[in-house]
Write a protein of this length. Structure first.
Length: 720
């Protein structure tokens, strides 16, 4: 059976149960490192190879294009020798395909343009400027967030409650934005899914045709789905009820993007006859790491009860370090990595994880000072780089000048042509007054006199590129655009190395176009420019690309999801950092507010859990008593998440605080702890007195250098 039996034999009983589940709803709750991807891949292969389900009648949804490509490759590898091509993609990619072939039913222009987040924000900013809206009332980011959240909740403009002046302004901007997008043929990411759901809901002919064709729907990372994506699932898979949902609510860390961790429970309630399979065997981490992670996450409520376990009973306890300040925290990590490297460990085996990007500065400086190579994940992606976006704005105008106002604004004076803000404002005003596109307004104004002489060469350039489009390949058109626009010359003449390096990215853009052409050979050359422009928005490249050099890996906890490393440093375990300060609030306020704060704290705990379960062999907790905030040193206290890990799972490595971060269970231990810490050095001070009271250990520290005593409450809680 093309390797399927061999694959099934390698799975554990729970994985095998999920892979071979009969038709009907299937819910797989998959803990970190439990092999959920293997389950999805093998289930698709089993449906095709054993159940004889045609590959093109299966839809599998993932959250990144990289994961989709890998999933399809592995299915083809299992079914050796068979030509199989299951439909695997992201929600946005699949909805784009749906709308391209049904644009009339969706009320869209055939050549509708997809905006990325930056282009969407730019459009909103321009609309606000045209209406003289002050940023003190609304910001482009705030309007963008409001619009996207409305769409993710399946709400059009005018369908949300207006309860104050600000909400009225937001609704007003949403209405203006919707109208502008319709006129320009612009579609944002959320609109792709919303428009698809609306077509399926209101067009019975399309819905019936799709539902008759699709036999199975499989969705990965189900805990990250929002309301709109859940409804997509119901329309595409709910009719036959052959839905396989795989996820882990303990790794739901994207509520700020609209994700609903409760969708797993909702699925179980709605499909109450679903087969529920729990994957609890972890193949990644050691037992002490899993025991600590289990202890932490069990503090959360309303979750599927599961306990990760591993056949690997070895491994060391979590190593804990509390530094005097953030600089010492960074120096400690450098020392530990240096010691491991001296014993032959590769630098790429280490990951430094933090809650916010701002925390990386100390680590970057410490690694740089010691000459240790490092890589910061989550930098500017290739297709988001300035010179790349400038080039693509030209190509969007070539593809369809009347549906790309934002591209015209970006390209018309880039490189500089002496076309300033006054000219751009005139174009916008004419377009608004006469209800025409920016391109039509630009062409009209170009004929009105000498004042617009500088615009005419730009119009001629776009027209020339449009004529060349028909006879040149995509990569040749890309190269001509870079040359004729003057972008290459503009960046080559700079003396700043950073600006000169942009030329390298322009060369790489030509390579990317050539690679896309090769991948599209089987689909023909028609509309290849349109397909390419779609791809760079929907598949802009992954921040986890392989790096051939040995470097320490540095990233936020959100970025780390889905990755694994032998040795992990989970840093900044301080209250208001992890958990982040936004999860704190007025706990005496309304019931709704209190519930919201509790959920935010639970998400912070899930974020910590994700960080812990990235570690395969060794996990470090690090924190600092003092950190710089707005130019001033501020005191920080140990994170509650450290205290939620049992004492016997933590090994003290170095500390300027209490010898062991722990929950104290008896008075004798309090006495022992007090004696052991008394007269101990604490940074530049000496502990002179210790007192336990109401679950808190109080230390009196004499800082001789300044001749004063300071009381610090910190570190431990007492159960009895």
């Amino acid at each position: 059976m093309n390797g399927i039996e061999e694959r099934l034999a390698a799975l554990n009983p729970h994985q095998r149960e999920a892979v071979t589940a009969p038709d009907g709803p299937l819910l797989v709750t998959a803990g970190a490192g439990s092999g959920k991807t293997a389950v999805l891949v093998n289930r698709i292969a089993w449906l095709i190879g054993v159940k004889s389900v045609p590959a093109n009648r299966i839809i599998a949804v993932t959250f990144t294009n990289k994961a989709a490509r890998e999933m399809k490759r592995r299915v083809q590898e299992i079914l050796q020798g068979e030509e199989v091509n299951p439909v695997v993609g992201t929600f946005h990619g699949l909805c784009n395909q749906f709308l391209r072939t049904r644009h009339q039913a969706a009320g869209l222009d055939r050549y509708f343009n997809i905006m990325d987040q930056d282009d969407q924000k730019s459009l909103i900013s321009n609309l606000m400027k045209e209406r003289n809206l002050r940023y003190t009332e609304l910001t482009p980011s705030g309007v963008q967030s409001y619009i996207n959240k409305c769409k993710e909740s399946k709400k059009r403009a005018g369908e949300s409650e207006v309860y104050n002046h600000r909400s009225e302004l937001l609704e007003h901007m949403y209405e203006i934005y919707e109208r502008e997008c319709e006129e320009q043929g612009q579609v944002d990411f959320a609109e792709l899914i919303l428009r698809t759901v609306e077509v399926m809901e209101h067009n019975a002919e399309v819905r019936e045709r799709i539902q008759q064709r699709i036999l199975h729907v499989l969705i990965d990372e189900f805990q990250d789905t929002n309301e709109l994506q859940y409804q997509w699932m119901e329309f595409f898979g709910g009719w036959r009820r052959n839905i396989s949902a795989v996820g882990d609510e303990d790794q739901s860390i994207y509520s700020w993007r609209g994700a609903l961790s409760g969708n797993l429970k909702r699925f179980e309630r709605q499909y109450d006859d679903s087969l529920v399979v729990r994957l609890e065997q972890n193949y990644r981490s050691t037992k002490p790491i899993l025991d600590a992670a289990n202890a932490l996450i069990k503090q959360n409520t309303n979750r599927f009860e599961k306990k990760l376990w591993t056949g690997n009973s070895g491994g060391s306890r979590i190593k804990y370090m509390s530094a005097g300040d953030s600089n010492e925290e960074a120096e400690f990590i450098v020392d530990q990595i240096r010691a491991f490297a001296d014993k032959g460990r590769s630098l790429s085996e280490f990951a430094v994880l933090y809650r916010t990007n701002a925390q990386s500065r100390n680590f970057e400086e410490a690694f740089g000072a010691e000459g240790i190579p490092f890589r910061v994940y989550g930098g500017v992606r290739f297709y988001q780089r300035k010179e790349v976006k400038e080039t693509l704005s030209y190509l969007r105008l070539v593809a369809n000048p009347n549906s790309n106002d934002a591209s015209l604004v970006k390209a018309i004076n880039c490189p500089p042509r002496g076309i300033g803000e006054v000219a751009r404002r005139s174009i916008a005003e004419m377009a608004a007054d006469q209800e025409i596109s920016y391109w039509e307004a630009t062409c009209a104004l170009a004929d009105t006199g000498r004042r617009w002489a500088k615009v005419r060469p730009f119009i001629k350039l776009i027209n020339n590129l449009q004529s060349l489009h028909a006879t040149y390949s995509l990569s040749e058109l890309m190269e001509l655009t870079i040359e004729l626009s003057g972008l290459r010359e503009h960046y080559e003449q700079h003396t700043d190395p950073t600006e000169q390096n942009r030329v390298v990215n322009l060369e790489e853009l030509i390579n990317a176009a050539a690679g896309f052409e090769q991948s599209q050979e089987s689909t023909g050359s028609a509309d290849i420019l349109d397909r390419y422009l779609d791809s760079v928005v929907l598949d802009p490249g992954d921040t986890h690309d392989d790096d051939p050099e040995e470097k320490v890996q540095m990233m936020t906890l959100h970025t780390a999801k889905g990755l694994e490393f032998p040795i992990v440093f989970l840093t900044g375990l301080d209250e208001t950092i992890l958990p982040h300060f936004h999860s704190f609030g007025s706990w005496q306020s309304s019931t709704f507010r209190k519930s919201k704060e509790q959920e935010e704290m639970q998400e912070e705990r899930r974020l910590c859990y994700v960080g812990m379960t990235r570690a395969k062999e060794t996990l470090y907790f690090t924190r600092a008593n003092r950190r710089m905030l707005r130019g001033q040193w501020e005191n920080y206290h140990q994170s509650r998440f450290v205290q939620e890990v049992p004492r016997d799972l933590i090994e003290l490595v170095r500390s300027t605080e209490v010898p062991e971060p722990t929950v104290i269970n008896d008075a004798e231990h309090v006495d022992w702890l007090g004696k052991s810490v008394s007269h101990r050095k604490f940074g530049e001070g000496v502990v002179t007195d210790v007192e336990a009271n109401v679950g808190i250990l109080y230390l009196t520290i004499d800082f001789e250098t300044v001749g004063t005593k300071v009381i610090l409450s910190e570190f431990v809680s007492i159960d009895s």
